[in-house]
Design a protein around this ligand. Structure first.
Ligand code: UD1
Length: 389
């Protein structure tokens, strides 16, 4: 009997995280996956493009919840997913990341008594004003398998009283995708298309509510980027949320290279060759760490401290003058590259499936709840284990 997994995705970063897990599961006879798209992100450039480029199978189901308030999105996923999960009764619901769809799916599965596995567990900004922080806390407390991408995740979960036997440090699935796609990304013509030279431009992204929903803050950040563009070209792929807010603020800036949200491959190419990246995204802090490209995070905190300890990331806050100064300083003195974080090696998906497969075989899948156990991955390294290549 195969282990039946319902894999849930909803928003752009979810696709990048789920793709390598599905691919690896497809290579193993132990698993049967059903892919459920909540429809939180639905525009072609936020969703379909990623499925195509990452080689993901089309979703088996699309719940089509679309945009709305956080409550509307969460409730929409819960209502529709409940019907789906009741019909299918999978052995496990697999969720990734920290978006509304992640939390909503964990809630439904937990209420139905279906075990939940959370990939990217334990990350904490300790800032409850961030909607993602609520999503992380709720998802983790309901999960039976907590797959951490970095040591801070393990520490946070233990401090919150999550039993050690549920926690596995497996590395970063986003980096699995990055490593797989890097060569393909190098073949895109995005630099030529935008008239850029390698290492002679900056890339900026902004979409956090704290940066874009406040009109004054958004205007001052865009002005800061415009000022930076007097020193080097600044490419700014504009997230739909930010676009809406920029239009609302009647921001008609000059000097920046504005684009629609880019596909995965073009964006990876763009960041790989940038001299500097300025962002408020979570995933980009991780990608630039592996690409060894200087990253300035325009936030007061990060839930990904390993990107600062082991990476090229610096937290620069949200004050435009401080950010501009940090950007100019970084152009003068780029950060030194360090060894990548442990297990950010392209093999995280394999480790996750090893844990699930091992547990399923050993104790019988029906009895999994709260009994996950795979000593090879507990808290630290997979050691000599060889099944994760
Ligand atoms: C969501 C996630 C965030 C993640 C981000 C990546 C939550 C709480 N937030 O934020 O963690 O980093 O995705 O992009 O889940 N829109 C479109 N097309 C789409 C989707 C959205 O135009 O395909 C527009 C809509 O106007 C919508 C707005 O973007 O109102 C925001 O979308 P939403 O899913 O609410 O949150 P994001 O800001 O994308």
């Amino acid at each position: 009997m195969k282990i039946q997994i319902s894999a849930i995705v909803g928003a752009r970063p979810n696709f990048v995280k789920m793709a390598p897990i599905l691919e690896e599961a497809g290579r193993r006879s132990a698993f049967q996956c059903r892919l459920i798209h909540t429809g939180q992100h639905y525009s072609p450039e936020m969703s379909a493009t990623f499925f195509d480029e990452l080689g993901m199978p089309a979703p088996d189901v699309n719940l089509e919840i679309g945009s709305g308030s956080h409550t509307a999105q969460t409730a929409g996923v819960m209502l529709r997913l409940e019907t789906e999960l009741n019909e299918r009764r999978p052995d496990l619901v697999l969720v990734v990341g920290d978006v509304n769809s992640t939390m909503a799916a964990a809630l439904v599965a937990s209420k139905l008594g279906i075990p939940v596995a959370h990939v990217e567990a334990g990350l904490r900004s300790f800032d409850r004003r961030m909607p993602e922080e609520t999503n992380r806390l709720v998802t983790d407390v309901l999960s039976d398998y907590l797959f951490a991408s970095e040591p801070s995740g393990v520490r946070n979960l233990l401090a919150e009283g999550i039993p050690e036997e549920r926690i596995f440090l497996v590395g970063n699935v986003m980096i699995d995708t990055l490593m797989k796609m890097r060569d393909k990304a190098a073949q895109t013509g995005v630099l030529d298309r935008l008239g850029l030279k390698r290492r002679e431009y900056a890339v900026a992204t902004l979409h956090r509510p704290s940066n874009v929903d406040d009109r004054e803050q958004l205007v001052s950040l865009v002005n800061m980027l415009t000022e930076l563009s007097r020193h080097l070209p600044v490419v700014f792929p504009v997230h739909p949320r930010t676009k809406e807010r920029m239009e609302g603020a009647r921001l008609t800036e000059r000097g920046l290279i504005l684009t629609e949200p880019l596909g995965y491959l073009e964006f990876l190419r763009l960041t790989s060759e940038a001299r500097l990246v300025l962002t408020d995204s979570g995933g980009i802090q991780e990608e630039t760490t592996i690409l060894q490209v200087a990253c300035l995070t325009m936030r007061e905190n990060t839930e990904r401290p390993v990107t600062i300890e082991n990476g090229t990331n610096r937290l620069v806050g949200t004050n435009p003058e401080t950010i501009l100064q940090a950007a100019l300083d970084t152009l003068d003195a780029p950060p030194k590259s360090l060894a990548p974080p442990e297990f950010w090696d392209g093999k995280a998906s394999g480790r996750i499936l090893d844990v699930l497969e091992g547990s399923g075989n050993r104790i019988g899948w029906g009895a999994l709840r709260h009994t996950a156990n795979a000593p090879e991955y507990k808290l630290r390294s997979p050691g000599r284990h060889s099944g994760c290549t």
